[in-house]
Design a protein around this ligand. Structure first.
Ligand code: COA
Length: 432
């Protein structure tokens, strides 16, 4: 049978496709902006017929209907990340969080630690050779599809076709569901004066020829606006977004001196606007690979002058970083923060940076604290951190004693909180 015959025989509606989900199954959804648009809704419409279906996902861009209170008993969400649609359900005990480095997720599926019954993913229409691109979501989705007993793919012409190890053959997919809706987007963040100041401080640590990892949001976007005088920058990152385009167009990012994948921007997932998706579509400069490759610290470290830039919610004066919990509540996930910190640490000339505003809640709370909030999880340990950056400056912690770290971090706290931090710090850590 030709791939064209195979494909046309397996074209079904979303409603027909989700009939293959059974009670007790584990269903893995394509990640972030690669989340299917029709299949989750069609699955939830079958709630009355299904019990104990586990829905595994990471950054959820869809409505997350499967976590609604009335879905208890039918669906249970198991997330590698909390977000606006899943955070409340986790806090109320109706959904679960699994702590894991992004680089380790594919092995959960491949080694049957989390066997996958059904993978629901989004792909481009097949090319002339019978290959579909997984587009903006290669990450864990690639291995989920490889490991699943049943693969259901929404075939969407709006999904950009992206090079790299990002293709799946038509005969690796069981059912094809046509969908022409726009794929999920991510709009650029508004950058405040505080974020601009942080961006400027971070940019002061970035030299010509560096390879960058950065996430999404206002701080990464602010950093990018201060790189217009840098040369020969490269990208090897978990994800990137619209903010890189002006720097590529102006030649600041050209990936020319990268020591791994020269000339290429490497990522494992992408989130951006429609214009961004047009820009990455068949762009010879962009390559996507699964996250157990892109986020492997030993792969990351092969990039000389690797700079990781990540953010945090709170940091204590010892340098322990809480980036994914607010006290005991799951706010986001560990993501690739430690993968990249460890990769950058091993990289020749590399630097790892945690950049965060000095305060939260409209300036009423210091994010630099003597002791982390009760129940907070340490995302990055004090043994791993190097540079901490706020709008008030840069603290280099690597190789510094506990006492030196305390001083360096107090110096970059908001001035309104510095005395309070010092007094509490002395009372807690030093017995006279
Ligand atoms: N105490 C109380 N509230 C706090 C707080 C603190 N210490 N720190 C932040 N908050 C509040 C903020 O005020 C904000 O509330 P609002 O939405 O009502 O304004 C909210 O928590 C989110 O904080 P913010 O700093 O705006 O978050 P962000 O969207 O910039 O994301 C992280 C920051 C740390 C959560 C995010 O970068 C992350 O999840 N990192 C871990 C994963 C990672 O590093 N991945 C690798 C890169 S992809």
């Amino acid at each position: 049978m030709t791939w064209r015959d195979y494909y046309s025989q397996r074209l079904v509606s979303a409603e027909e496709a989700v009939k293959h989900i059974k009670s007790g199954d584990r269903v893995v959804l394509g990640h972030a902006c690669g989340e299917p648009l029709l299949l989750p809704t069609a699955m939830v419409a079958r709630a009355e017929e299904l019990n104990d279906v586990e829905v595994v996902h990471m950054v959820a861009k869809g409505e997350g209907l499967y976590v609604a209170p009335e879905m208890e008993g039918h669906f249970r969400h198991n997330g590698f990340f909390a977000g606006p649609s899943t955070r409340k359900a986790m806090a109320e005990g109706r959904a679960d969080y699994t702590p894991i480095h992004i680089s380790d997720i594919p092995a959960l599926f491949a080694n049957n630690c989390l066997p996958v019954d059904v993978a629901m993913i989004t792909v481009t229409p097949p090319d002339q050779f019978g290959f579909c691109s997984m587009g903006v979501s290669v990450d864990y989705t690639f291995q989920a599809a490889r490991s699943a007993k049943i693969v259901i793919a929404e075939v969407n012409p709006n999904m950009p076709r992206i090079f790299g190890r990002s293709f799946i053959r038509v005969d690796e997919i069981d059912y094809f569901v046509p969908c022409e809706l726009p794929i999920h987007e991510n709009q650029p963040a508004t950058i405040t004066d505080v974020e601009k100041a942080i961006g400027k401080n971070v940019a002061s640590l970035i030299g010509d020829g560096s390879t960058l990892q950065m996430g999404i949001g206002a701080i990464p976007d602010a950093v990018l606006t201060f790189l217009t005088d840098k040369n020969d920058l490269g990208i090897h990152t978990e994800m990137f977004s619209d903010g890189v385009i002006p720097l590529v167009n102006a030649g600041n990012i050209n990936c020319r001196v990268k020591t791994l994948h020269p000339d290429k921007m490497i990522a494992t997932f992408l989130m951006g606007t429609k214009d961004f998706y047009e820009w990455v579509n068949e762009n010879p400069m962009v390559e996507m690979y699964p996250e157990d490759y892109v986020n492997d610290p030993f792969i990351i470290a092969q990039n000389e002058k690797m700079i990781s830039i990540n953010s945090a919610l709170q940091i204590d004066v010892l340098g322990q970083v809480a980036a994914d919990t607010l006290g005991p509540l799951q706010f986001s996930g560990v993501g690739g923060q430690i993968d990249f910190i460890r990769g950058a640490t091993r990289s020749k000339g590399g630097k790892s940076i945690i950049a965060l505003p000095s305060t939260a809640a409209k300036g009423t709370i210091s994010r630099i604290v003597p002791i982390l909030d009760t129940g907070a999880s340490v995302t990055t340990s004090r043994n791993d951190v190097q540079f901490i950056v706020t709008e008030y400056g840069v603290a280099e912690l690597k190789g510094k004693t506990v006492r030196e770290r305390m001083q360096a971090l107090t110096n970059i706290a908001h001035p309104d909180f510095r005395n309070e931090i010092e007094e509490k710090m002395k009372a807690v850590y030093f017995k006279k």
